[in-house]
Design a protein around this ligand. Structure first.
Ligand SMILES: [Zn+2]
Length: 138
């Protein structure tokens, strides 16, 4: 799937503000940042959706999600963290590659997100990514 932007990020073909990576998943911030500290955790191997993951890959992605979630909590001290996955065009997706969103929630947030949103400048993304990497001990 050479034209899949998430595969390109996983393969290092596109520069990204990566916060975590292991052999099965990669976590990065180069998405519409709903809130500071918003991270997307994607399976490294191209899988269109949750149904396409085998058990080992699903467990590996869940492990990456949990690790990054703890780091977001340590780095941004949000009141809460929304964890969601949304697949398909009906969910407003434009990239069909399995991923999970981790969105820090703060006290003044409403119940809904506006989507899509703009990313902050690269230097802001990088500063936020560095805070999460530091919380992960990376
Ligand atoms: Zn892909």
């Amino acid at each position: 799937m050479t034209d899949c932007v998430f595969c390109k990020i996983a393969e290092g073909q596109i520069p990204a503000s990566t916060v975590y990576e292991d052999e099965d998943c990669v976590a990065f911030m180069d998405i519409g940042q709903v809130n500071p500290g918003h991270v997307l955790v994607a399976a490294k191997r191209h899988a269109q959706d949750l149904y396409a993951l085998d058990d080992a890959q699903a467990a590996a992605v869940a492990r990456g999600v949990a690790r990054v979630a703890r780091a977001i909590r340590a780095a941004f001290a949000p009141e809460g963290l929304s964890v969601y996955q949304a697949n398909g065009a009906a969910a407003g997706q434009t990239v069909f590659h399995y991923h999970v969103h981790l969105v820090p929630r703060f006290a003044n947030d409403g119940m809904r997100f506006t989507w899509p949103v703009q990313n902050p400048p690269r230097e802001v993304l990088e500063e936020h990514a560095a805070r999460i990497r530091a919380a992960l001990g990376l």
